[in-house]
Design a binder for this molecule. Structure first.
Ligand code: OOB
Length: 555
């Protein structure tokens, strides 16, 4: 038997007993497991459509049936409770089936994004000592079976490669063959780890984030409530399903929990997504800001009746306030900002918040028991409205990364708060404004220039389509401020003096102005679609002697 509050997976940090007791007493943790939930959904509304993908439609009864049989199939392969399985599937019904099957078995899926490659997967498979690796055959022009061979050579713990589609050798198992008569499976305890999420950081190798059945079920349920989800909702998975946002905020799990329908889009392009919204009468979806921008531009030009959409959630990176305002008008639906993290804490603007809160803040915490602190460099709370680092603990925020004892010592306070690394301001009512990242402050001769703040100002210039601010090494100042800009009109990019006077007119301190401009046709993106600052820093080669000659447009 599992003790009430131990996560049986070694390498995880449980909540202290007093917190676990409190979260149970408050009704956040209800003793649910994802497997048990799937059974109760199938019982409550067996005939409703749970999933829609390119392969067809799946009812709740079928979903549960397939998950049970797949769980038994995994057990037959020798996968047991507590084993880790790297799941690397694109948006599809198979993703949901495998997730629920592993959850039912108590095996722990490490949920990787389709864009991850050998570098990340090799690391995550080795770190988790995964016994199996679940892949598609070919997706978006990439053959995952070849990748799987490479990973298998590198990671001795991997015993099975399971292919959703066509295996290309006898050493791979077809997912359809991971199938057996459901028998007695003990299943996990609610305090056990349900999934390992991959951290979204743009620096260093990704880390694994252990989320328990109890905490993740609460995450999805409470999020569904904030979004007013009902059985009539149809949720479009446009972002990669393995990411916390479309998975549980409220996403797939939140929608299944109310008997709604989950529609998987193979990719988030308007060409794919717009017809799906029309055909399936989609009511809710979640996007990152660059997608919100693209959809908003294409919406009025693309034919079709997409009036079913009632709510678009935008999160994952800073949403420009102007775009927040125009988005709702262009799409004729409610906009919700979501500031979340795979580590836990979620902030939402509420559906009845006024336009200013929705445009200018990133929402407020989901749970009454989210304990948010905003602190200065010394860890002292700052005054309301002042910028500081966001620390948090609560009923769905982890107390430690998986197998990362050394890193955890710095990433969490002794009191158990997660140090998010996000610079925020807290306003009245607990609403948060994200100002940037602790490490994304350019140290310009001792003066700190928060990248996020400057990016926000730059983006309001009519000649700027997107802006990202990064430090460049400087022999005198230590670092200088480089603004990487996607110009609105590539034929007429803004000039440095132009931007400087624009920023001064907006009241920004002179030392916060860029020292150098660098023009690019598009910003590099991470696997989920955020600006990839690491790739940018790598691409933008310092030109210490010729700072006024940016590539490729002179100004
Ligand atoms: C979401 O999760 P992750 O783990 O990929 O990334 C978390 C980080 C945050 O610490 C913050 O730096 C940034 O992404 N972020 C935002 C933001 N939402 C996330 N920065 C500014 N504005 C926002 N609205 O990205 C995530 C997880 C669940 C729901 C939504 C997003």
């Amino acid at each position: 038997m599992h003790a009430e509050n131990t996560m049986s997976l070694p390498g995880c940090v449980p909540w202290p007993d007093e917190f676990a007791r409190r979260y149970r007493a408050a009704g956040y943790w209800r003793g649910d497991t994802l497997g048990a939930l799937s059974r109760s959904w199938a019982k409550a509304w067996p005939e409703r459509t749970a999933l829609v993908d390119a392969a067809g439609r799946v009812t709740y009864a079928e979903l549960h049936h397939r998950a049970e049989r797949t769980a038994a199939g995994f057990a037959e392969l020798g996968v047991t409770a507590g084993d880790r399985v790297v799941v690397h599937l694109p948006n599809s019904a198979d993703f949901a089936v495998v997730l629920l099957a592993l959850a039912r078995l108590g095996a722990v899926p490490a949920l990787c994004l389709p864009a991850h490659r050998a570098h990340e997967i090799g690391h995550l498979a080795a770190l988790s000592e995964a016994v199996a690796y679940v892949i598609p055959d070919v997706y978006a022009g990439f053959d995952y079976r070849t990748l799987a061979r490479e990973i298998r050579d590198r990671v001795p713990s991997l015993r099975h490669v399971i292919v959703a589609g066509e295996p290309d050798g006898p050493d791979q198992t077809r997912l359809a063959d991971v199938d057996a008569e459901p028998g007695e499976l003990p299943g996990p305890a609610p305090a056990d780890v349900a999934v390992l999420l991959v951290s979204g950081g743009t620096t260093g190798l990704p880390k694994l984030i252990p989320r328990t059945h109890d905490d993740y079920a609460y995450n999805a349920r409470a999020s569904a409530e904030v979004c007013g989800l009902t059985a009539d909702d149809v949720y479009l998975v446009a972002l990669p399903a393995a990411h916390n946002f479309p998975l549980a905020c409220p996403g797939i799990l939140g929608v299944l929990g109310v008997g709604g329908t989950v529609v998987f889009a193979a990719d988030p392009s308007p060409d794919t997504v717009f017809p799906l919204i029309e055909r399936e009468r989609v009511t809710v979806t979640a996007v990152v800001p660059p997608l919100a921008d693209l959809w908003s531009q294409m919406w009025e030009w693309e034919p079709g009746d997409r009036s079913s959409l009632r709510l678009i959630q935008v999160g994952g990176a800073r949403l420009n306030a102007d775009l927040a305002r125009t988005l709702g008008r262009s799409l004729d639906c409610t906009v919700q900002q979501v500031f979340g993290m795979a580590e836990g804490l979620l902030n939402y603007t509420r559906l009845d918040d006024g336009p200013d809160l929705v445009a200018e803040t990133q929402g407020r915490p989901l749970s009454p028991d989210d304990e948010v602190l905003v602190v200065d460099d010394e860890g002292r709370p700052v005054a309301e409205g002042e910028i500081g680092e966001l620390l948090v603990r609560g009923p769905y925020t982890i107390r430690g990364y998986y197998r990362a004892e050394d890193h955890n010592a710095g990433a969490f306070t002794p009191q158990g708060h997660y140090r998010s690394g996000d610079l925020v301001r807290r306003l009245a009512g607990g609403y948060l404004v994200v100002e940037g990242r602790v490490k994304e402050v350019v140290n310009r001769g001792g003066e700190g220039v928060p990248a996020g703040e400057l990016e926000e100002h730059l983006a309001t210039h009519p000649g700027v389509r997107h802006a990202a601010v990064i430090p460049l090494p400087d022999p005198v100042l230590g670092e200088r401020v480089c603004a990487v800009i996607v110009p609105a009109d590539p034929a007429a990019p803004p000039t440095l003096p132009d931007l400087k006077s624009f920023l001064t007119a907006r009241g920004l301190a002179a030392y916060k102005s860029p020292d150098v401009l660098h023009f690019v046709p598009a910003l590099p993106r991470t696997a989920i679609g955020k600006t990839d600052k690491r790739a940018l820093a790598h691409d933008v080669t310092p030109t210490p002697d010729a700072p006024e000659k940016p590539h490729p447009h002179p100004h």
